[in-house]
Design a protein around this ligand. Structure first.
Ligand SMILES: [Ca+2]
Ligand SMILES: [Ca+2]
Length: 282
């Protein structure tokens, strides 16, 4: 391969690799596979969870998981789930409760609640003891099922939690358009929301605004947090265990890199033309 071909192929490689590596920002991924470092973040952002009495189990959805007995939880560091800090947020997990009739009437899977029905995925007796989410302050007419109190409330999916198998849960928030989409396995629910301010951290297995009352009983694995509102296609990818996404639409930083790739290509072309001219003159 001559120099011209080398330059050209390198430019194309730069160009193509930039296009295929752009992805939504995964800011926390907790797979609970290391018993000695249960809160480890495998997203690459080092947003390690602090562990408060949660145990490791090898019987996870994939390899290890956290086992929660109703008085244990993990707490985030470095991620602020407030709607003002992250208007768009997606989070979820694979979950296997050991009971659906906990002593108190809520079991929180993941929550930033400090009162006012903040971002929170749970099992809620007021949502019919089904997989539920908090929706902030909304009109009662926006509830498909569930419970409302003073125009605050809980959205119940109507899907009873299984204790014998793992369930995929995700909530996709977009505060800019007052929307949340709640996924339970392959079913989804579009919900109108109006969230106020929450804790500036989140907890797994506990509602941080309710002490131990809403602690979860059972197993949780593969907790994921994104700083964007994922599309159905992206949620499907997460469901299938692929946490980063290829995209044909470059993000701004990728566009800059693509530009650099094109400049490299143009320099190669110019050199090629110049060398042709020199050959012609010589
Ligand atoms: Ca795992
Ligand atoms: Ca609140």
């Amino acid at each position: 391969m001559n120099n011209w071909a080398n330059h050209f192929s390198m430019s194309v490689i730069v160009f193509l690799s930039v296009i295929t590596t752009s992805h939504a920002a995964l800011i926390g991924l907790y797979q609970f596979d290391d018993a000695n470092n249960l809160g480890a973040d495998s997203s690459g952002h080092n947003h390690t969870l602090t562990n408060n009495y949660a145990n490791y189990t090898a019987s996870g959805y994939q390899a290890g998981a956290v086992s929660l007995n109703g008085s244990a939880w993990l707490q985030s560091q470095g991620i602020d789930p407030n709607p003002t800090a992250l208007p768009q947020l997606t989070w979820g997990a694979w979950v296997k409760p050991s009971t659906i009739s906990a002593p108190y009437f809520i079991q929180s899977v993941i929550s930033a609640d400090n009162g006012g029905y903040d971002r929170d995925i749970n099992i809620d007796r007021r949502g019919g003891n089904t997989w539920s989410v908090f929706a902030g302050s909304i009109s009662t007419s926006d509830y498909m099922t569930g419970y409302a109190n003073n125009n605050y409330g809980v959205f119940g999916s109507g899907i009873s939690p299984a204790t014998s198998e793992w369930t995929f849960l995700a909530a996709v928030y977009d505060q800019n358009v007052n929307s949340m989409t709640f996924y339970v396995n392959d079913q989804s629910f579009q919900i109108t929301t109006n969230f106020g301010s929450s804790q500036n951290y989140f907890t797994i297995g506990r509602n941080p605004g309710s002490g131990s009352y809403e602690d979860f009983h059972g197993l949780i694995d593969n907790v994921f947090v994104y700083d964007e509102a994922l599309s159905l296609e992206q949620i499907t990818s997460v469901y299938q265990g692929r946490y980063t996404f290829s995209s044909a639409i470059p993000e701004p930083t990728s566009a800059i890199l693509i530009g650099l790739g094109l400049i490299t290509l143009l320099i190669s072309l110019e050199r090629h033309i110049r060398s042709d001219k020199q050959l012609a003159c010589g």
